[in-house]
Design a protein around this ligand. Structure first.
Ligand SMILES: [Zn+2]
Length: 231
């Protein structure tokens, strides 16, 4: 096999290695905590906290209403019981009962509002909780898929590295060094020749160049400098 062909094969392995390494880097960047999942968890925690606060408010209002009702009942009993005859005392008592009633009505309105908010917040907690669970499940299955892709890629990379080593042993080290340097400069070091054209730069080669390349010698394209490989 000509050195040009060997180098061309080496380059094919190198290009495949590069593509796989890039895919591996991409996967590595996708592994880890998901922003969407973190955001959903935070939102759920804050909505739960709001719900607890509303329920505390609801209970405290219920106690206050109970307290008022307990005060109102004996006051009403005294007012309508007929035991109090003094008009001034009766008027005062009437004011007291009215005051308690109005306070109770206010608190009951407030309690109703809070109850509505509790119901709305409970519904919102349920929705966010479902969203969060769904996102987490999606994220987990995505992570598993990524991990398994990563393992496959690592195996492929290791195979390719072995292939490169095997190819390299039959090429002399100086030639490999030259190839590596050229590839670093140009992205590709070896170029196929098709219909008399260098595929590296798409320039027609001279008859002399073609003949030299055909002879199996290491010939560089006079235009782009790549090693010419005649298939
Ligand atoms: Zn060229």
């Amino acid at each position: 096999m000509s050195v040009a062909k060997q180098l061309y094969q080496l380059q094919e392995v190198d290009l495949e290695l590069e593509a796989n390494e890039q895919a591996l880097r991409q996967i590595a960047s996708q592994l880890g905590e998901s922003q969407a999942v973190v955001k959903a968890r935070t939102k759920l925690a804050s909505e739960n906290q709001r719900l607890e606060e509303l329920k505390r408010q609801q209970h405290s209002l219920e106690w206050e209403i109970d307290d008022l009702v307990n005060k109102l009942a004996p006051a009403q009993e005294r007012l309508y019981g007929g035991s109090i005859k003094n008009p001034k005392e009766l008027t005062n008592l009437q004011h007291e009962v009215e005051g308690l009633k109005s306070k109770r009505d206010q608190l009951e309105d407030k309690a109703l509002e809070v109850m509505e908010q509790v119901e709305l917040t409970e519904a919102s907690v349920a929705t966010i909780s479902n969203d969060s669970k769904r996102l987490e499940a999606e994220w987990q299955s995505q992570q598993q898929q990524l991990s398994s892709n990563m393992e496959e890629l690592k195996t492929t990379l290791s195979d390719l590295q072995h292939k490169r080593e095997a190819l390299s042993t039959s090429i002399d080290p100086e030639t490999i060094e030259f190839y590596d340097k050229l590839k670093k400069q140009k992205g590709t070091a070896a170029a196929k020749v098709e219909q008399g054209i260098c595929r590296g730069c798409r320039i027609s080669l001279s008859a002399a160049e073609l003949q030299q390349a055909r002879g199996g010698n290491l010939v560089q394209c006079s235009n782009c400098g790549r090693i010419l490989f005649l298939a």
